[in-house]
Design a protein around this ligand. Structure first.
Ligand SMILES: Nc1nc2c(ncn2[C@@H]2O[C@H](COP(=O)(O)OP(=O)(O)O)[C@@H](O)[C@H]2O)c(=O)[nH]1
Ligand SMILES: [Mg+2]
Length: 336
């Protein structure tokens, strides 16, 4: 049995080795991904994002405990933290997780920092989800720090995206500032034991109602009449807001139920397939781009390339002309 086959069978050591090979973009890693791909497409990918300290790791921990105890599902967790200097092991905030979930064969935790991932964070994360999916994990949770574009890209990998807020992070809601609210399928106000939770919830609800009006209000003979908007039907998902306390697990069963409802919604509306198509389409485009660039640089003499760059620097040719020159062997118009 090859070690790819043994990863497919769920062997932890083989999965671990495979993740490292993929992270290093080794030929073995690539070959394994090719072999594993036909076995993917079954797992529910759940993204969890939000500002640092909102309680994402604690929440993922509780959610995983719930899936293990109540539903006996196998859960893989990918924690992406670009600010962390650690790779391949535990990041600092994962101590809670290690304590509660270690020793459970049905749980696999992998942390990833930006260093060590050759193909970019989003690409590596996509490959990781394929490995876990093929290895038979029912649920794959991807935790990212909601900050930059690469986190949004990673969140887009998911079928269901949870955006986590918490009271006491300042008046502005972090998610709205970062523009990640629009990718939320489910909103969570964590730390519901803390003061200010109503304010945070109200602010979220207001923003949400602006984005998803559920009622149409119009005036008729001076009376305000409100009707249900016609487009509000089973095809439209309005993100629910959940309050949770991740230190003791309050609100977690309700959240898990919401996540399941969202999955059913995706499947019944056809959005599951649409999201899969979008995800795999952009992965394909990214790999294609990388491959074309590699082939280009393999096929050109370094001296020739450098000479063209030099001419761009001297303003003899523009970058557009340079590309024409590099791809066609001659530029359309020679400059004197
Ligand atoms: N009071 C309270 N503290 C929480 C809650 N959830 C998490 N925390 C604490 O908030 C801190 C940050 O949590 P962590 O899960 O690491 O946040 P992350 O940075 O978003 O992953 C930790 O000290 C947690 O114990 C909660 O629901 N209530
Ligand atoms: Mg964390």
């Amino acid at each position: 049995m090859t070690f790819t086959q043994s990863a497919l069978a769920g062997n932890r050591l083989s999965i671990s080795r495979l993740l490292t090979q993929v992270e290093n973009d080794s030929p073995e890693g690539r070959a394994a991904l090719i072999e594993l791909f036909p076995h993917t497409g079954k797992a529910h990918l759940i993204g969890v994002t939000g500002a640092p300290g909102t309680g994402k790791s604690s929440l993922v921990n509780q959610l995983t405990l719930h899936y293990r105890k109540q539903q006996h599902k196998r859960v893989a967790i990918i924690a992406v933290d670009p600010s962390s200097p650690f790779t391949g092991g535990a990041v600092l905030g994962d101590r809670v997780r290690m304590r509660d979930l270690s020793g459970d064969e049905g749980v696999f935790i992998r942390s990833m920092a930006s260093r060590g991932s050759v193909g970019g964070l989003a690409q590596t994360t996509a490959s990781f989800t394929q490995i876990f999916d093929a290895a038979g994990f029912d649920i794959i949770i991807i935790e990212t720090v909601g900050a930059g574009q690469s986190e949004v890209d990673i969140a887009r990998l998911a079928h269901t995206t949870l955006v986590v807020e918490a009271p006491g992070l300042g008046d502005d809601i972090q998610a709205i500032k970062a523009g990640i609210l629009e990718i939320a399928d489910i909103l969570i106000v964590n730390k519901a034991d803390r003061p200010g939770v109503e304010n945070t919830e109200r602010a979220l609800r207001t923003t949400l109602e602006l984005a998803h009006p559920t009622k149409r209000v119009f005036r008729h003979h001076g009376q305000t009449i409100s009707i249900d908007a016609p487009e509000v039907d089973s095809k439209i998902w309005i993100p629910p807001i959940h309050k949770t306390i991740s230190t003791d697990g309050q609100g977690i069963p309700e959240l898990a139920e919401s996540i399941e409802k969202h999955k059913i919604h995706l499947q019944q509306s056809g959005d599951w397939t649409l999201r899969d198509r979008a995800r795999l389409g952009s992965e394909l485009a990214a790999v294609l781009q990388e491959e074309l660039l590699n082939r280009f640089f393999e096929g050109i003499q370094k001296e020739k390339y450098n000479a063209v760059v030099e001419n761009v620097l001297k303003r003899i040719i523009s970058p557009y002309e340079a590309v024409t020159l590099l791809l066609n062997g001659s530029s359309k118009q020679e400059k004197s």
